[in-house]
Design a protein around this ligand. Structure first.
Ligand SMILES: C[S@@+](CC[C@H](N)C(=O)[O-])C[C@H]1O[C@@H](n2cnc3c(N)ncnc32)[C@H](O)[C@@H]1O
Length: 288
């Protein structure tokens, strides 16, 4: 029964992102650049001449950004038809290759990549830890991986999220898209209320937020619709603790584990808070 549910949820994740990333080709270069820098801490110096994997590239906004920093090759991989959008977005860049595939069945040889990054992807797989361990095996000695995934919230908030998504991920995608559009003004209202200096107004904003927890508060209405769909629609959306994710890094034998969220500057209020860690495969295997 569990296996049947997993297959159905995976199919739903695939159709969600096939629709989402071909419908919303939302490029916001200034914000995307800040997000890429914050969530990977990768620079042109580090990427120059390297072989890089964007694991779960979606429509390719960060793939394009990485390619512009001068790697030898950057591969974008995604489960869904989002690869069509990513291929179009990067068609003028000869150092980019886009492949369609599942992070849980990786089509690359171990030790293939100098850098791997994965932004908002592992939490949409049925087994984020296994997906992470598979990616870590793809690192060359000395190679580095950076990931961003959703953070686990307080138990009461987790329960609200679970109830909302238990319903929403079963609704037809077309209906959910319509509801996400209809909900966009609520995201704007939450933003204004929660930003108020008046305590009572701010509390009203928090109450509205709990009732509509996945409705995005992004300042740009089109991004708000896309982000709302992104939260309510996929088959899988797991949240994790920093300790749990650090455990994945240790289990993979990675060192120099860094908390990138500690350095983050937020581009706008209401941007998702997540677990954002990076780590490196040791350069030399000890003979001891
Ligand atoms: C929230 S989107 C993030 C896309 C991109 N990283 C970005 O931030 O723009 C999640 C992406 O993960 C992809 N994905 C989900 N499960 C996957 C899997 N098992 N293997 C590969 N990609 C997967 C989805 O198709 C989707 O494009």
């Amino acid at each position: 029964m569990l296996a049947v549910m997993t297959v159905a949820d995976q199919a739903r994740t695939k159709s969600t992102y096939g629709l989402q990333w071909n419908r919303f080709r939302i490029l916001r270069p200034e914000e995307d650049r800040a997000t890429f820098r914050n969530r990977t801490a990768l620079t042109a110096d580090e990427l120059a001449g390297r072989v890089v994997l964007d694991a779960g590239c979606g429509m390719g906004r960060y793939l394009r950004m990485a390619a512009e920093l001068g790697p030898r090759i950057v591969v974008g991989m995604d489960l869904s038809e989002a690869t069509r959008a990513a291929t179009q977005l990067t068609s003028d860049l000869h150092t980019v290759a886009v492949v369609r595939g599942d992070l849980l069945r990786l089509p690359f040889a171990p030790g293939s990549f100098d850098h791997i990054y994965s932004i908002g992807v592992l939490d949409h797989t049925p087994d984020p830890r296994a997906a992470f361990l598979g990616l870590a095996r793809l690192l060359k000695p000395g190679g580095r991986i950076a990931i961003w995934i959703y953070r686990k919230e307080r138990p009461a908030v987790e329960r609200i999220m679970d109830v909302h998504r238990a319903i929403s991920r079963r609704l037809p995608l077309g209906l959910l898209l319509g509801l996400s559009k209809a909900a966009a003004p609520i995201g704007g209202l939450k933003r204004r209320l929660m930003g108020s200096r008046a305590w009572i107004v701010q509390r009203a904003g928090v109450a509205l937020h709990l009732a509509t927890i996945g409705v995005s508060m992004h300042p740009d209405p089109e991004v708000r619709v896309c982000d709302t769909l992104d939260w309510y629609a996929p088959g899988f959306l797991s949240r994790h603790t920093a300790d749990e994710v650090r455990g994945w890094f240790r289990a993979a034998g990675l060192v120099e584990i860094e908390d990138l969220s500690a350095l983050q500057t937020f581009f706008h209020e209401g941007q998702g808070h997540g677990i954002n860690l990076a780590g490196r495969r040791p350069s030399e295997v000890s003979s001891a």
